[in-house]
Design a protein around this ligand. Structure first.
Ligand code: FMN
Length: 197
């Protein structure tokens, strides 16, 4: 196996815009395998500082409707385009996985490391979904930060939504994005460059 082919799960991954995500959905057994594989994630202190919420089937439209109803009830200004966007926010891809960081404050493992572990799990989901032949994208948007929306999702005060991973089958080609080269990314650290401290 060449280096290129071994790295293919990483180099082949790219996001699919959610409006291009449709059926078929991952099967139940693919989803289980994907989630268990994605949870093989770096986790300082074995805290398992994450949990997942599966939003699929009719729950997707129901969540969009509930978000719109909530915004109307509290008097948010919404033109028709915003309203439609929120209605459809979780409805394009057949499966959406909310990745939730469960943070333990004042732990010897800093909160930021707990959050980063959840983010790594989210990235594993993306890589795994693409390796299975599906399209996927990591989105947040206002519901990831809005107190009422978070309550509707059952997210508690010590928790944060690190992202919604939308997964489905890409309907059409997504143009490749330009990626940074080794030269653009890497500088070598040399002891001689160290400032006097
Ligand atoms: C934490 C996080 C949140 C994101 N939220 C959004 C979002 O709400 N809307 C959006 O268009 N892209 C969002 N993105 C960017 C997309 O997931 C994706 O990275 C981007 O479209 C580039 O595609 P690529 O993954 O192929 O590089 C987010 C990325 C991250 C890491």
């Amino acid at each position: 196996m060449t280096v290129e082919s071994r790295l293919r799960p990483l180099t082949d991954r790219q996001s699919t815009p959610q409006r291009f995500l449709g059926l078929p959905a991952p099967t139940e057994s693919e989803l289980r395998a994907l989630i268990e594989a994605a949870a093989k994630v770096s986790d300082h202190g074995r805290l398992r500082p994450w949990r997942l919420l599966l939003i699929h089937g009719e729950a997707r439209d129901a969540l969009g409707q509930a978000l719109v109803d909530m915004r109307k009830a509290r008097g948010d200004e919404m033109d028709e385009a915003v309203l439609q966007k929120d209605l459809q926010r979780f409805s394009h891809a057949p499966v959406v996985i909310a990745v939730i960081a469960r943070l333990t404050p004042d732990h010897k493992i800093p909160e930021v490391e707990q959050l980063l572990s959840a983010a790594a799990l989210a990235q594993n989901l993306l890589i795994g979904a693409c390796a299975l032949g599906y399209g996927a994208i990591w989105l947040t948007g206002w519901p990831a930060y809005d107190e009422t929306a978070l309550r509707m999702l059952g997210v508690e005060s010590h928790e944060k939504v690190v992202g919604f991973i939308h997964i489905g089958t890409a309907q059409g080609e997504v143009p490749p994005r330009e990626r940074p080269s080794y030269e653009q990314l890497v500088r070598e650290w040399r002891p001689a460059d160290m400032p006097a401290i």
